[in-house]
Ligand binder design. Structure first.
Ligand SMILES: Cc1ncc(COP(=O)(O)O)c(C=O)c1O
Length: 405
């Protein structure tokens, strides 16, 4: 820190300069990390809400009962969307990772109550790293489950791996690397048969699949309507379009709160309670998630999804028409994984990088990865033209390593 301060205008100018060296979050040239809606009205609403809640702390529901009520309403609205039974419940968290951590903690506690010392999480090989993080934090063990030839978790393999230490089975609806649905009903049935938990990772799909279903698309059963599903994580800060810091973890069974909520009074300042990892919690993401849901409603989200899928289909058709480009598996929504047996797609990615597109690389199968958002509608033609040109005119791959997002 410098001794004397500097004028606000200089501080802001410095930030603008530094920000300009990074991808523009509104530019629709990022794929994942941010989920631009392309809607000025939404962004204006979010700014107004965040201004109002800039300094609030959601830690203490007694001091800020309305913030607690907003959180409860977000949980309730998400629960309605995902058909959470009446006795179920949940909380908001800072993001998908924290939601997954809380679910794994609850499942660990249930397994410990059954006498399992080092509970296991059976995780599809395609699942997000948050399950390994949970295992690392909570003294659990991850058992990877291989995928079938369509990049879905192999339920027969899962059945063979279930054992007395299994606490929970995981399925993605849908997966990050390939955008495909795991066979949720089969995974949940297997979990129920063995009396263990079944976590559905809908961090990406939670605010996609309900609206695809309303658009009349074929969506295999995946939410709480499936018997045996015990937990679902759904991120509002992905396809709910709000700024980062907003996810929901939902639990079917009412015992969750005794496992997830932390209470403590053995210190001089009296009772302390906290529902998830964070202590002090920003209220702005809670209020913003609430505002987005109230403002858009089911119809608003469904309309956004209709347009987004039109963009996905346009981009997909354009890519598939290019010689050598294959779409991996059967993606259900806005995530496309690209593979080629004739082209070096990493070299194509290098050309796209040089033109300012931030395409992600997948390792298995080797190729590129696109998480499409509504704002990509404005750049679809340019994206396809640049991609076709990169396919036709690329050199050797610079060997850019495959990195998540
Ligand atoms: C399927 C899936 N689960 C969980 C997460 C973790 O979410 P977050 O980055 O908000 O912690 C992601 C992030 O992309 C994801 O794609």
């Amino acid at each position: 820190m410098n001794g004397t301060g500097i004028p606000a205008s200089v501080v802001l100018a410095e930030l603008d300069q530094r920000r300009a060296t990074e991808p523009d979050v509104h530019g629709a040239r990022l794929f994942g990390l941010v989920y631009p809606s392309g809607r000025d009205d939404l962004e204006e609403l979010f700014l107004q809400v965040q201004r109002r809640y800039l300094f609030h702390n959601a830690l203490n529901p007694f001091k800020f009962p309305e913030i607690a009520a907003l959180e409860a309403e977000v949980v309730q609205m998400t629960g309605e969307l995902l058909h959470l039974p009446e006795l179920g419940g949940g909380t908001m968290t800072s993001g998908g990772t924290e939601s997954i951590l809380m679910s794994m903690l609850v499942n660990r506690e249930r397994a410990r109550a059954r006498g399992v010392e080092r509970p296991q999480i059976l995780v599809p090989y395609s699942a997000h790293p948050a399950y390994s993080k949970a295992a690392h934090y909570f003294g659990m063990e991850v058992v990877p489950v291989p995928l079938d030839d369509q990049w879905r978790v192999d339920v027969h393999a899962a059945a063979a791996l279930i054992g007395p230490s299994t606490a929970v089975l995981v399925a993605s609806a849908f997966s990050y690397p390939h955008g495909v649905m795991d066979p949720v009903a089969d995974v949940a049935a297997l979990a129920a048969e063995h009396g263990v938990g079944c976590h559905i990772d809908a961090c990406v799909g939670g605010f996609v699949l309900p609206f695809l279903e309303r658009l009349g698309r074929q969506v295999p059963p995946w939410d709480f309507r499936v018997d045996g599903v015990t937990e679902i994580s759904a991120d509002v800060h992905k396809f709910g379009y709000v700024p980062k810091g907003a996810s929901v973890i939902l639990h079917r069974d009412p015992d969750w709160s005794s496992h997830q909520v932390f209470l403590f009074d053995q210190w001089p300042a009296g009772l302390y309670g906290s529902p998830a990892i964070m202590g002090a919690r920003p209220a702005a993401p809670i209020a913003t998630a609430w505002a987005a849901m109230r403002y858009l409603g089911v119809d608003g989200y469904t309309e956004i999804m209709r347009d987004l899928m039109a963009t996905v289909e346009k981009i997909r058709a354009g890519l598939e028409a290019m010689p050598g480009i294959e779409i991996v598996g059967a993606p259900i929504g806005p995530v496309l994984a690209l593979h080629s047996s004739t082209l070096d797609l990493y070299a194509v990615g290098d050309v796209m990088d040089a033109r300012g597109w931030n395409l992600n690389r997948n390792v298995e199968p080797r190729g590129l990865h696109m998480m499409l958002s509504p704002a990509h509608a404005n750049v679809a033609d340019e994206l396809l033209a640049d991609f076709a040109d990169a396919v036709a005119n690329h050199g050797e791959s610079k060997g850019v390593e495959a990195r998540y997002s």
